[in-house]
Design a binder for this molecule. Structure first.
Ligand code: ZN
Length: 249
C-alpha cells in the first residue's frame, strides 16, 4: 500500500481523541452496567454537558478541570485517557501503515486494554463486556483482512485459555486474567510468551507504586497484584512491536 504514514498517523491521532472520549464513557459506565449511549451529564448535578465542552482534551483545558454548571472538579483522567488514546493510535498508524491486519490488531488492543487497565486499577474488576466485544470484533476483522493470520491466531488463544483457565482454578489467579491473556494471545500469537514476561514486570512495578502509596506491605493484602494493568500495557506494547516478517510458521 502507498499510504503516506504521516498523513495516516494524523488521521489516527484525531480518531484517537474521539475514541478516547468514548473510552472515558465506557470506563465510567461499564462497571455500573449502564448503556454506553445517551449524553454525558455532570456527575454531581446531572446537568447535560454542552457539546463544545465535551470536545476531547480542549474542553477540559478550557474549563480548567471544573464542570461549567456547578464547578465540580473533573478528574484529569478524562483528558489524559483522550491524549493517551490519540498518541497510541498515531504510533500504531506509523508502525503498521502498510499492514491493515496488524493495524487492526493494535487498534483493537488499545480500545480494549486502555479501559480494562483503568477500570481494574480503580475498582479491581474486569467487565466481561470488554474482552468479549474485543474478541468478537477482532476475530471478524482478522477473518476479513488476513484469513491466514486469523487461522494461526485462534489456536494460540484457545491453548492460552485452556492452560491459564486450569491455572486459575488451582492457584489464586483471577479467571479474568486468563480471559484477558487469551484475547492477548489472539492478538500477538507466539509473542504471548513475551507478553507474559513484560506483564509480570509491569505489574511488579505497579505493586511497588501501590506499596509506596500505602507506606507498608500490610495494606497490599486488600489490593493484590495489579495484573490486569500489567497485561494491558504489555499487550498494547507487543501489538505495536509486531512485524509480519518475524512470524515463525
Ligand atoms: Zn454540575
Amino acid at each position: 500500500m502507498s499510504t503516506n504514514p504521516v498523513a495516516l498517523a494524523a488521521v489516527a491521532a484525531v480518531m484517537g481523541l474521539v475514541y478516547g472520549s468514548f473510552l472515558n464513557v465506557a470506563i465510567h459506565r461499564l462497571p455500573n452496567r449502564r448503556s454506553l449511549l445517551g449524553r454525558s451529564a455532570c456527575p454531581k448535578c446531572s446537568t447535560p454537558i454542552a457539546a463544545h465542552h465535551n470536545v476531547p482534551v480542549l474542553g477540559w483545558l478550557w474549563l480548567r478541570g471544573r464542570s461549567s454548571c456547578c464547578a465540580t472538579p473533573i478528574s484529569a483522567r478524562y483528558p489524559l485517557v483522550e491524549a493517551a488514546t490519540s498518541v497510541l493510535f498515531a504510533i500504531a498508524a506509523l508502525v503498521h501503515h502498510d499492514d491493515p491486519a496488524l493495524l487492526a490488531i493494535a487498534i483493537a488492543a488499545i480500545l480494549v486494554m486502555v479501559p480494562a487497565a483503568l477500570v481494574d486499577w480503580e475498582l479491581a474488576i474486569l467487565p466481561h463486556t470488554l474482552w468479549i466485544a474485543g474478541a468478537l470484533t477482532l476475530a471478524g476483522a482478522l477473518t476479513v483482512l488476513d484469513p491466514d493470520l486469523a487461522a494461526r491466531a485462534w489456536p494460540y488463544a484457545l491453548v492460552t485459555l485452556g492452560v491459564l483457565g486450569a491455572v486459575a482454578l488451582l492457584l489464586p489467579m483471577g479467571i479474568a486474567d486468563a480471559y484477558l491473556l487469551s484475547l492477548a494471545a489472539l492478538m500477538v500469537q507466539w509473542r504471548i510468551g513475551y507478553v507474559l514476561i513484560t506483564a509480570a514486570l509491569i505489574s511488579l512495578l505497579l505493586l511497588a507504586v501501590i506499596a509506596r502509596r500505602h507506606r507498608n506491605v500490610h495494606g497490599l493484602r486488600n489490593t493484590g497484584v495489579p495484573m490486569v494493568p500489567g497485561i494491558a500495557a504489555s499487550t498494547v506494547l507487543w501489538t505495536l512491536l509486531a512485524t509480519t516478517t518475524t512470524v515463525s510458521t
